[in-house]
Design a protein around this ligand. Structure first.
Ligand SMILES: [Zn+2]
Length: 235
């Protein structure tokens, strides 16, 4: 335990620098590390283990909080919690995390049958979950139901092209990997994902990376993978 901690401290010390900066743990590094299932270069913060999409979301949330456009207090539900963000959210919100697997969160929960009353949460964060869920429309309807009026949510999914590709007959891990890009994904969303969110009642706000950061900042913060991001609201 002590040895692992020491090894980690030495690695971090060796990687300290100014070429890269993580806005989540607020530390600078000589480089980011390869990350994600396909070991993307410069993806992973060596300290808090954030990936590109976590840093990008964090920047946008900070901006929206700063402008008073969405609340940064109240009750938050965080599905499949990313540890790097979880630590930050806990400081601001009355926070509860949930996952189907109780080892990964504070409570075990099926996202298609959420055990909370209507209009409970001021904020819901549920990133990279819906592409794993067969009945995603039910899950989105549940997220809408438990969100308070005026609340906001971050429901990020991997997207490519315009039209969602899904087919129930594609069920083996190998076939899913080929069709949807990952062995445990059940579809590959297109930008018509936003219509699924709207159909459940959400208002969608799309943020383009270029509106928030310069190309130079984009490289320094390594946000490279995502080009746009959706924040949902319940009116
Ligand atoms: Zn970090």
């Amino acid at each position: 335990m002590f040895y692992n901690k020491l090894k980690r401290e030495i690695t971090l010390w060796k990687l300290r620098g100014n070429a890269y900066y993580c806005p989540i743990c607020e530390k600078g590094f000589k480089t980011f590390l390869p990350g994600g299932p396909k070991r993307r270069p410069f993806a992973l913060c060596p300290n808090c283990h954030s990936l590109e999409r976590h840093r990008y979301l964090w920047l946008i949330l900070q901006q929206l909080w700063g402008e008073g456009k969405i609340s940064n207090t109240g009750k938050m539900l965080h599905f499949a919690p990313e540890q790097c963000l979880s630590k930050k959210f806990k400081k601001k919100f009355d926070y509860i995390s949930a996952d189907l697997d109780p080892d990964f969160a504070m409570v075990s929960m099926d996202i298609t049958d959420i055990e909370f009353s209507d209009d409970t949460f001021d904020a819901i964060v549920c990133n990279h979950v819906l592409e794993h869920i067969s009945n995603d429309r039910k899950a989105i309807a549940e997220l809408y139901r438990v969100m308070k009026k005026g609340g906001w949510g971050s429901l990020q999914v991997p997207m490519r092209g315009e039209t969602t590709y899904e087919d129930d007959r594609i069920s083996s891990p190998d076939a899913r990997e080929r069709a949807f890009g990952q062995s445990d994904h059940v579809r590959l969303y297109g930008s018509d994902f936003y219509q699924r969110l709207q159909h459940a009642g959400f208002t969608t706000f799309i943020y383009k990376k270029g509106d928030f950061v310069t190309e130079e900042e984009n490289i320094k913060l390594s946000l490279a993978i995502e080009n746009e991001l959706v924040i949902v609201r319940k009116k």
